[in-house]
Ligand binder design. Structure first.
Ligand code: XIL
Length: 358
C-alpha cells in the first residue's frame, strides 16, 4: 500500500472520530435539553479551553462578564466588551447564551454599593440598567437571570441595596421590588425568558417553599416570569444522593406544574482536597454519583430544560476562591481537560434520555 493511502485512511478515521464522537452536547441535543457552562471570556484564547467548550456544550453563561461590576465602570458608562465576547463565541459555535444577572446584592461596583443613593436614584438606575442591558443583548441572550439570590435561608426577602438598604422604594411589601424588576425586564425584551435564580432552594426546604409561593403568586397575577434557576452548588459529600435527587425532583415537579421552566444553573460538587489540591479517588466516585442523580432528576421532567455547570474544568473554578483551598475539583473535567467520572455520569444520563422520575 502507498504512503498516501495510509495517510488518507488515518485522516478519514480522525475526521470520523471528530465528527461523530460522543459529547455532552450531542447527547443533550438528542434529549432536547441544553447543556451549558459558565465561562470567562479571557480564557477563550486558551486552545484546550475553547475547543473543549465548543465540543461539549450547547449553552454558555458569563460567570462574571454581565454583572454590574463588569458592565458598569461608572454610573454613566456601559462596557459591553466582555459580554459581547461571550455572545460572539456562542454565535460562532451555535450555542445559546444565558444572561447573568441583572439584579443582585453582590458583585456590584463600589460606586454603586457605597454610593449612598436615595431610593429614587436607585430605582432610576436599576430601571435604566435593565432596559439598556437587555436591549443591547436582545435576540442574542435567550434567557436572563433577572434577579439572583433575593431570599435568605428562612425564605424571607434578603436585606439588600435594591430591597431595603435603602431599596428602590418598594420595601413595604416584601416581594414588590422583585415583581417590579420582572415587569421592567419584560418591557425591555418581550421575547427573552425571564428567570428567578436562587441558591440552596433546590430541594424541598423553607427557602424553596417561599420561592414556590412567590412563583405561584406571580403566575396567578400575571407577573411576567418564565422560570426558576436552581443553582445547585453542592458544598459537601455528606449527602445521600437518592434523598437529594428525590427532593430536587419534587421541587422541580411543583415548579413546572405552575407552567414554569426549570434550569439547573450553577452545578458543581466541592470535594475535600489535600495540600497539593488532590482529592481522594473514592470522592471522585461519590461526585459522579451526585452528578448522575442531579442530571437524572432534571431529565425526569419535561419542564427542566437546561443543565449548566459553574465552569467545566477544575483548572478554573470559583470553588477554590471561596473555600480557602480546602475544597476543589468540583467540575466534569480535570485540570488538564481530561473527562472525570462526573463527566461520564452526565454523558450516560443524557444518552439514556428523558425517563420518568423514580
Ligand atoms: C461567582 C463567580 O464564580 C466568581 O468568579 C466571582 O468572583 C463571584 O461570583 N452564585 C452566583 C454566581 O450566582 O454569580 C457566583 O459566581 C457564584 C454563586
Amino acid at each position: 500500500m502507498s504512503k498516501n493511502f495510509w495517510q488518507s485512511v488515518i485522516l478519514g478515521v480522525a475526521m470520523v472520530s471528530l465528527c461523530c464522537a460522543q459529547s455532552l452536547r450531542r447527547e443533550a441535543d438528542n434529549t432536547g435539553t441544553l447543556i451549558g457552562t459558565a465561562v470567562r471570556p479571557s480564557l477563550f484564547l486558551e486552545t484546550a479551553y475553547a475547543s473543549t467548550l465548543a465540543r461539549e456544550f450547547s449553552m454558555v453563561e458569563p460567570e462574571d462578564a454581565m454583572k454590574w461590576r463588569a458592565l458598569r465602570p461608572d454610573a454613566n458608562t456601559y462596557d459591553f466588551r466582555q459580554g459581547d465576547e461571550v455572545v460572539h463565541f456562542a454565535q460562532i459555535h451555535q450555542m445559546k447564551v444565558r444572561g447573568h444577572c441583572l439584579v443582585w446584592d453582590h458583585d456590584n461596583p463600589d460606586w454603586l454599593a457605597h454610593g449612598h443613593f436615595t431610593s429614587r436614584d436607585l430605582s432610576r438606575l436599576l430601571h435604566e440598567h435593565i432596559t439598556r442591558v437587555m436591549k443591547h443583548y436582545k435576540g442574542q441572550v435567550f434567557a436572563w437571570d433577572v434577579i439572583n439570590e433575593a431570599m435568605d435561608e428562612k425564605g424571607n426577602v434578603r436585606d439588600s441595596i435594591w430591597y431595603n438598604e435603602p431599596g428602590i422604594g418598594l420595601s413595604e411589601k416584601d416581594t414588590a421590588y422583585i415583581e417590579q424588576v420582572f415587569r421592567w425586564a419584560r418591557k425591555a425584551d418581550p421575547h427573552a425568558l425571564l428567570f428567578y435564580n436562587e441558591a440552596e432552594g433546590e430541594g424541598l426546604n423553607r427557602k424553596s417553599d417561599a420561592i414556590y409561593a412567590m412563583m405561584k403568586d406571580f403566575k396567578g397575577r400575571g407577573v411576567p416570569i418564565n422560570g426558576v434557576g436552581l443553582q445547585m452548588h453542592v458544598p459537601t459529600l455528606e449527602l445521600d444522593t437518592s434523598a437529594l435527587a428525590a427532593s430536587l425532583s419534587a421541587n422541580i415537579a411543583r415548579l413546572t406544574a405552575l407552567g414554569l421552566q426549570v434550569h439547573i444553573t450553577e452545578l458543581d460538587v466541592a470535594l475535600p482536597i489535600d495540600a497539593n489540591g488532590v482529592s481522594r479517588p473514592d470522592d471522585l466516585v461519590r461526585e459522579a454519583d451526585l452528578y448522575r442523580g442531579i442530571v437524572r432528576a432534571c431529565l425526569g421532567h419535561a419542564g427542566c430544560t437546561a443543565i449548566q455547570t459553574w465552569g467545566f474544568t477544575d483548572k478554573y473554578s470559583w470553588i477554590g476562591s471561596h473555600s480557602r483551598h480546602t475544597r476543589g475539583q468540583g467540575l466534569p473535567f480535570d485540570r488538564t481537560y481530561q473527562p472525570k467520572s462526573a463527566y461520564r455520569a452526565v454523558l450516560e444520563e443524557l444518552s439514556a434520555g428523558r425517563l420518568p422520575p423514580h
